[in-house]
Design a protein around this ligand. Structure first.
Ligand code: ASP
Length: 325
């Protein structure tokens, strides 16, 4: 595989032979096709191990600092579960109002403090570029768990792993992303990652929530075929993966605009009638109203299985950046 760039903050003697040892996970742009193959191979092994033995001691004695400046249910708990299933432990900091951050401590100082106690730091922060800033100051690996409306690389990795495990391939698929494509960071990361494959992308959103121009330009430059729509009808029948997103309430300055668009698309059994029998519906969760619960029993509803795949991908990432692979 192609190794990711070496972490310049680690002493040379610590650059072990494990290919991802000490690496930061900041953006999906750092991965090659071969990296993904390698990562998903390890994630698959993690799945087999969890199914076989549940918990094992690969990261015994290792500590993760889990630093969340924005709300999270799945990302924070799946990183915790991942670390604990590998025999490691976690320092959880999610209520930053009770930490020194509320006293005005800078992000670089907070990460430089946490790395005195932990071997790896998972960071969610409301500002784009915050994970890269933290990585600039930290000696230990930083894993970006969402930087505002920027990226959510570990979500995109687990999304891709879900597609592979559920449909057996990525090449040749038509993937339709639906909802808030402007503020939804998961679709930003996923589109970039999918540009490494031979896929067709459909973007369906209200006009004011379209996929940002810089991402469309990147796709164009890489020759990825895509089209933009405001309704789902025309593209649903050809879709292999329907990736539904929540309208990101917390990113709207004007609540009336959020109210006007929050229910633009709702997936339910009736809407899904023209879709293929062999396809999947994904959602990074949490969902609000964009997928009705009456669709949950449909075998194509993959969003809860997707969460479980996230555990295996995060186990693989932790093991790899801590030099165990
Ligand atoms: N959980 C995802 C995220 O953190 C999706 C969402 O919040 O809508 O970006």
């Amino acid at each position: 595989m192609t190794a990711l760039p070496l972490n310049p903050h680690l002493p040379l003697g610590d650059q072990r032979t494990a290919p991802w040892y000490g690496k930061d996970i900041l953006s999906v742009r750092q991965f090659t096709h071969d990296d993904l193959k390698f990562l998903f191979g390890v994630a698959h092994e993690m799945r087999v191990m969890v199914e076989r033995v549940g918990t094992f001691d690969l990261l015994k004695g290792k500590i993760l600092a889990s630093l969340f400046y924005e709300p999270s249910t799945r990302t924070s708990s799946s990183f915790t579960a991942a670390m604990e299933r590998l025999g490691g432990s976690v320092i959880p900091i999610s209520e930053v109002k009770y930490s020194s951050v509320s006293k005005g401590e800078s992000l670089p100082d907070t990460v430089r403090s946490l790395e005195c106690y932990a071997d790896v730091i998972v960071l969610r922060h409301p500002e784009i570029g915050s994970a890269a800033l933290a990585a600039k100051y930290a000696r230990k690996p930083i894993i970006n768990a969402g930087d505002g409306v920027g990226e959510h690389p570990t979500q995109a990795l687990l999304d891709l792993f879900t597609i592979l495990e559920e449909l057996g391939k990525v090449d040749g698929l038509t993937i339709t992303m639906l909802g808030d494509l402007k503020y939804g960071r998961t679709v930003h990361s996923l589109s970039r990652l999918l540009s490494l494959y031979n896929v067709k992308l459909n973007f369906v959103s209200p006009d004011i929530l379209k996929m940002p121009a810089d991402i469309l330009e990147e796709l164009q430059a890489k020759g990825v075929p895509f089209s933009q729509h405001t309704t789902l009808d025309a593209v649903l029948p050809e879709t292999d993966v329907l990736y539904v997103t929540r309208v990101q309430k917390e990113r709207f300055e004007n609540p009336e605009i959020y109210e006007a668009h929050k229910n633009t698309y709702v997936i339910n059994p009736g809407v899904m009638r023209p879709a293929k029998e062999k396809m999947i519906v994904m959602h990074p969760l949490p969902r609000v109203t964009e997928i009705g619960i009456e669709f949950d029993e449909d075998p194509r509803a993959a969003y809860f299985r997707q969460m479980e795949y996230g555990l295996y991908v995060r186990m693989a990432l932790l093991a790899l950046v801590l030099g165990k692979a």
